[in-house]
Design a protein around this ligand. Structure first.
Ligand code: GUN
Ligand code: FE
Length: 423
């Protein structure tokens, strides 16, 4: 374990009810892994701990990226001319195929991991590709970075090009089990079962993945109800289910007995929304991707107000940027369009909702993560927001709001994950 220490600054995190917990000029104590609490004065019992003084700086929890495709990083910010299903064929599969080449994988994944490490994100749930060795290369780089992440070997054996699909169910499952076993080596990088989405996974593959998930007690992640043309296709090929979610439920790949992230959830019907709640699904809200591949706007305020678990995802390369500050401001902006253009009965999101999703909302997937209260894992970012110029004297709430709208990675002074300083 790392040495215990104390940092001082203006400490702000989200309460469970999404209000801000503000601690001006206070001390945050770490035992080298977890938070031991926040104090106005250093308690006697901690007086020998090293003090790192960030007076005047903001100290906030690290962000969780609940949905991102590492192999799509290279073409991020391009390929925005088509909708989802065409986009997968035209860009995603073609790029992901290249990760069968380990030299390419090493070079490309290093760029991805470097940027992730230097941002506000401390936790992420990541899609790799169908290649076992390439995925291991990504996991090694992540392990070295000090971030704490879940990584999925992507599974797909139908409705995908011959050049980019697993050769057979048997081979896919054998490969996956070997990868799960090999991954036990890592301390901070964990395997997660990752059927790409229902259209690309046969019943046999889903059944086998489900068995592996249970055998090794793993979490799972996939995509759900993202785009109208995708949903139409699912309903054409899945004759025995009433809705998209039913295709995952059939194979116990939809929460309930395990933590499960479903990315997007833009077009869930009422029954499916209820299932998100009843089964404790984590929704990964990816507003930029939903705009870029013409998917729509997810009704996130409704989800939050129902008590559905929601975090934010960058969804690179459907989204163009790994910066979750951007995802946060976009989540607020698209919620206003939803209200004005789709349903005036839904409230729009505000900066407190967005900050909650960035930290506590997404963090819950990783355990006691996303807050700075005593007992939470010590993930935080120290931010010099005085670089955002203004003559006004912002309240703590306004400092957070400005950070979401105007902040970028150049404001970061330090970042800790599980009590370890990583930048
Ligand atoms: N659905 C299946 N695969 C993908 C992907 O790579 N990106 C997005 N946005 N949606 C998907
Ligand atoms: Fe995605």
């Amino acid at each position: 374990m790392n040495k215990p220490f104390i940092i001082r600054g203006d400490i702000i995190f989200s309460n469970q009810d999404k209000s801000l917990n503000v601690n001006k000029n206070s001390y945050l104590v770490s035992d080298g892994y977890k938070s031991l609490g926040i104090f106005k004065r250093i308690p006697k019992k901690y007086k020998d701990y090293e003090l790192i003084d960030y007076k005047g700086k903001l100290i906030i929890p690290g962000f969780s990226d609940l949905h991102v495709h590492a192999p799509q990083y290279q073409y991020r910010g391009t390929g925005m001319d088509v909708e989802l299903m065409e986009w997968l064929e035209k860009y995603a599969f073609k790029e992901e195929r290249k990760y069968g080449n380990n030299t390419y994988a090493k070079k490309a994944y290093k760029m991805f991991v470097d940027e992730l490490k230097n941002g506000y994100t401390t936790r992420a749930s990541i899609f790799a590709t169908i290649h076992r060795e390439g995925t291991r290369i990504l996991m090694k780089l992540l392990e070295k970075s000090g971030l704490s992440t879940y990584v999925g070997l992507v599974e797909m054996d139908r409705n995908s090009p011959d050049y980019y699909r697993q050769a057979s169910v048997e081979e896919a499952l054998k490969d996956t089990e070997q990868w799960i076993v090999e991954s036990q080596l890592f301390d901070n990088t964990y395997p997660i079962i990752t059927p790409r989405f229902l259209p690309t996974c046969s019943d046999e593959l889903m059944a086998g993945l489900s068995e592996l998930r249970k055998k090794y007690n793993l979490k799972s992640q996939s995509h759900l109800d993202e785009n109208p043309l995708e949903i139409q296709f699912v309903m054409e090929i899945e004759k025995d289910v009433d809705h998209y979610s039913g295709g995952y439920i059939k194979f116990d790949m939809f929460g309930l007995d395990h933590d499960c992230i479903m990315a997007h959830c833009v077009h869930n019907n009422e029954e499916e929304i209820k299932l998100l709640k009843d089964r404790g699904i984590f929704v990964a809200h990816c507003p930029e991707s939903n705009m870029n591949v013409t998917s729509g706007i997810a009704p996130i305020s409704k989800y939050l107000d129902m008590g559905i678990r929601v975090g934010l995802g960058s969804d690179v390369g459907g989204g163009s940027s790994l910066s979750l500050l951007r995802a946060a401001r976009q989540s607020i902006q698209v919620s206003k369009l939803y209200r004005r253009c789709i349903d005036m009965n839904l409230r729009s999101l505000d900066s407190k909702d967005a900050f909650y999703m960035l930290t506590r909302g997404g963090g819950e997937f990783f355990g006691h993560v996303g807050s700075l209260e005593k007992g939470y894992e010590f993930d935080c970012v120290v931010v010099d927001d005085s670089k955002i110029k203004t003559l006004l004297n912002d309240s703590p709430e306004e400092r957070i709001e400005r950070l979401l709208y105007l902040g970028d990675e150049s404001l970061i002074v330090a970042k800790y994950c599980k009590g370890k300083k990583i930048i």
